[in-house]
Design a binder for this molecule. Structure first.
Ligand SMILES: [Zn+2]
Length: 425
């Protein structure tokens, strides 16, 4: 194992110092370190963060390897500064058994670029009718702790209650895609002034808020952990604020795109902007930003959703919803939050690692800590070129935009996965 001596790095935005990585852990931090056997990296001007952790990634394998594989998604993640991602269950076959979650977990280990932690489905086939084998998935080699039917809402309140009760036994968490299905039938975009103008069927904010309100009450009733995926409305923030004040064990995520883009993008009819939940209004974006800063929303999660060209470059009505996110998330966070490194570390690494129960991730670099970290150049600016992304898909909403920040290096247990801004493998 190679040792790495990282010189003049600002650890979570602190004063420049040296950081020595050896045998998979951070061995030493301090000024003027020496290590004759180590590879020296000059990190002047760079910030070291604990490796980012994504609670919401679609890796598409098994089933849609044309859109993404565990390996290509892992590479995209490493290039985005991630050392761990949680892989959503809406694959084909669905990750609703111990066999499928173990397959995804094993593929992640083989790729070896990030830790891939599978999420298990709540219901068999994501059909919302009966509970999947939650216990078997928890007991499997993948040790699943997060369960989600993401892409679909667990709409049946009795099933949602049962799932919340079940996961309590192993401190699991149910991650809800909050969308009351009857209120969003045929929906194409956010319901509001722009959808009226365009004549497109709307996805009303209340369809999200009603499910979050129901589920925080259910979580309170059974005393379980609930996580809300991709919160997108100002009203949802108020429901969460109320629930947290009551002591409900609820956490919530917001995506980079919901922090930056609005429903005005739909006026382009470019399906790259079609996503579920849809892009909302500027007032929602402002409320989400404030909630993230305040902590009512706990984390940024990408909802990285690769889609093959034929599923995305077609008429708006037929396009699949979803956007790429892994390779641009840190830049969007930097754009939205500014260089608040401690806040970024909390929202993109420490808190998601805690929610997912990933003990070796989300730890600030310190002696003895697993060397899962990323080096960011905050002064760099880059133009997003879809063809240059490591993802197999091209559906980024940031094409040809200039974004702040660049990931220079990422280390997974002391081994570089990214160096000089390029994937090592
Ligand atoms: Zn979702």
């Amino acid at each position: 194992m190679t040792a790495y001596l990282i010189r003049n790095v600002c650890v979570v935005g602190g004063a420049p110092t040296d950081l020595l990585i050896r045998d998979g852990v951070v061995a030493e931090i301090g000024a003027g370190l020496t290590a004759p056997d180590a590879t020296v990296l000059d990190a002047t001007g760079l910030v070291a963060l604990p490796g980012l952790v994504d609670l919401h990634t679609h890796l598409r394998e098994p089933g849609r390897e044309d859109a993404e594989t565990v390996e290509s998604g892992s590479r995209a993640a490493a290039l985005g500064g991630y050392t761990a991602v949680c892989a959503m269950a809406n694959t084909s076959p669905v990750a609703d058994t111990a066999g499928v979650v173990e397959q995804v977990w094993r593929l992640g280990r083989e790729a070896g670029l990030v830790d891939v932690q599978p999420i298990g489905a709540v219901t068999v086939g994501l059909a919302g009718e009966r509970l999947a084998e939650l216990g078997a998935m928890a007991d499997s080699a993948a040790q699943v702790r997060i369960f989600s039917d993401d892409g679909h809402c667990v709409a049946d309140p009795k099933l949602m209650r049962r799932a919340l009760e079940y996961v309590k036994a192993f401190d699991g968490v149910v991650a809800q895609h909050a969308e009351e299905p009857r209120l969003t039938e045929g929906a194409q975009m956010h319901e509001g002034e722009v959808s009226t103008r365009l004549g497109l069927t709307g996805w009303p904010a209340v369809a999200e808020e009603a499910i979050i309100a129901r589920d925080v009450l259910l979580a309170e009733h059974v005393g379980s952990r609930l996580h809300i995926c991709h919160v997108s409305t100002a009203g949802s923030v108020e429901v969460l604020r109320h629930a947290k004040a009551r002591g409900v064990k609820v956490t919530a995520e917001v995506t980079p795109h919901h922090l930056l883009l609005t429903d005005e993008k739909a006026t382009t009819y470019d399906p790259v902007y079609k996503v579920n939940p849809p892009l909302r209004t500027a007032a929602d974006v402002a409320a989400l930003r404030a909630a993230l800063a305040e902590g009512v929303i706990d984390i940024v999660a990408t909802d990285h959703a690769p889609h093959a060209v034929e599923d995305k470059e077609c008429e708006w009505a037929y396009a699949r919803p979803g956007m790429l996110g892994l390779e641009t998330a840190l830049s969007i966070a930097l754009d939205v939050l500014g260089p608040q490194w401690d806040l970024i570390a909390e929202r993109m690494s420490r808190a998601p690692a805690r929610i997912a129960g990933l003990d070796s991730h989300g730890l600030d670099p310190a002696p003895g800590v697993p060397a899962n970290l990323t080096l960011v150049d905050p002064a760099a600016r880059r133009v997003v070129e879809p063809a240059e992304l490591a993802s197999r898909s091209r559906n980024t909403p940031y094409a040809r935009m200039t974004l702040p920040g660049r990931i220079v290096a990422t280390f997974l247990r002391g081994e570089p996965t990214v160096l000089d801004g390029k994937a090592v493998r």
